[in-house]
Write a protein that binds this ligand. Structure first.
Ligand SMILES: Nc1ncnc2c1ncn2[C@@H]1O[C@H](COP(=O)(O)OP(=O)(O)OP(=O)(O)O)[C@@H](O)[C@H]1O
Ligand SMILES: [Mg+2]
Length: 402
């Protein structure tokens, strides 16, 4: 083993990372320490769909604060569930959608139809597609589980219509199950009485304490770094910082950034100072990949707002001011600016994704209302830098082709 380790190190070009990608936002680890109870509870809810005859679908909500492992929990548990079902020769399939990139019910349904069943959805309406999915499931004796992450991007009616598809189009059996994943505050805003009536179980996922975070980070560090790169003392430091937000992503992002700092300096270990430096660049509520899911003009709108708010005199801005700046940004990038109504839609999306905050204030003596735009989690200067770094020529080209 030792010899293999030496060879492995020799061919690797980093003194720090054994596998850097295990710290990337979309990586789902094999194990989820301290989430066993939740995994069992989630899985138990699906017992009724595994029945050979007359399966009953279920609709579950997974709710909690940022970085507590909601997405990972659902992906891992469902992957296992599908395997267990196959061992029993029961046909179960799981599809996962993040509504930051898949924004509408229609796009989700079209994707299911095309990817799962190989049927082109062009020319069909939403209801027709839903019916085709249900009929296909019945024909293939398939139980389909659809996870809808960041569900607040959709409307409650959209989710309900997917839930209702079983009754509307099915012949008695119910084939489509859903898992709705959402952050706590957003879930409260989304939930209405009809939706709540269909949710069989709501798992409220709590944040992690320091000891739990320590176990998680030890495990994640082992996957990502060579032995000896990060000491327990340094990991304690990361766990301490993360414990303030109870958010596992917080510490994982710090480890990635600190590792990169060490790597860049040609060091063989991560020092306390690297953690301190990395910590200042991590905004735990904002997923580091959030900008990747934005459409080009949403990015340009965010850049406009970031530029305005990065000026020292500005604490907040208005929609009008942001729109003027956005037009300048478009000009600079060689893009045709969208109309004001479209710009407002971009702003709504940015608010839902959690990049900006919009507060509406009533003006004095019935002089109407004015919306103020602020940034939530990330300093304007950093946001500006990150978006500018993203807007390369290649990126613009790719977006234009979309
Ligand atoms: N128990 C755990 N063990 C190992 N890694 C974990 C655990 N819980 C969370 N993580 C990691 O922490 C990060 C955040 O987890 P995840 O994305 O699942 O959180 P989330 O609750 O979906 O957050 P958000 O609301 O921001 O989407 C991911 O990198 C994930 O792999
Ligand atoms: Mg998530």
């Amino acid at each position: 083993m030792k010899r293999k380790r030496l060879v492995e190190e020799a061919v690797s070009d980093s003194n720090i990372f054994k596998d850097e990608s295990t710290l990337f936002p979309d990586y789902v680890p094999e194990e989820l320490p301290h989430r066993e109870e939740e995994m069992i509870r989630l899985a138990k809810n699906f017992r009724t769909i595994l029945k050979r005859d007359n399966p009953r679908s279920v609709h579950i909500a997974v709710v909690g604060d940022p970085g507590v492992g909601k997405t990972s929990l659902v992906k891992r548990t469902m992957q296992d569930l599908v395997e267990v079902a196959h061992d029993k020769s029961i046909n179960v399939d799981f599809v996962y959608y993040n509504c930051h990139s898949m924004r509408t019910k229609a796009s989700i349904l079209r994707h299911v139809l095309t990817e799962k069943f190989g049927v082109q959805s062009r020319g069909f309406g939403e209801e027709e597609i839903l019916e085709m999915i249900v009929k296909r499931c019945e024909k293939e004796d398939l139980r389909l589980i659809i996870a809808i992450d960041e569900a607040n991007m959709l409307k409650a009616e959209d989710i309900l219509s997917i839930i209702h598809a079983n009754e509307v189009f099915g012949s008695g059996e119910s084939r489509i199950s859903t898992i709705i994943i959402s952050r706590t505050a957003e879930w409260r805003a989304l939930l209405n009485a009809p939706l709540s009536g269909h949710i069989l179980d709501q798992l409220n996922i709590e944040g992690y304490n320091k000891e739990e975070l320590m176990d998680i980070f030890k495990y994640r560090a082992k996957l990502a770094f060579w032995e000896g790169v990060i000491s327990d003392e340094i990991l304690e430091m990361v766990a301490e910082i993360s414990a303030s937000t109870r958010n596992a992503r917080h510490g994982i992002e710090i480890m990635l950034r600190a590792g990169r700092i060490a790597d860049g300096l040609g060091e063989h270990e991560i020092k306390a100072d690297f953690i301190r430096e990395a910590k200042n660049r991590v905004y735990p509520e904002l997923r580091s990949d959030v900008f990747y899911d934005l459409r080009l003009h949403e990015l340009l709108a965010s850049l406009a707002i970031a530029r305005i708010l990065a000026r020292p005199e500005n604490i907040q801005t208005t929609i009008k001011e942001a729109y003027e700046e956005y037009k300048l940004v478009c000009e600079e990038m060689g893009e045709k600016p969208a109309s004001m109504p479209s710009f407002r839609i971009y702003l709504n999306t940015l608010e839902k994704v959690g990049i900006i905050g919009i507060t509406v204030k009533s003006l004095e003596k019935g002089r109407g209302r004015r919306a103020k735009i602020t940034l939530y989690d990330i300093p304007a200067k950093i946001m500006k830098e990150r978006i500018e770094a993203l807007l390369t020529k290649d990126f613009l080209k790719k977006h234009r082709e979309r």
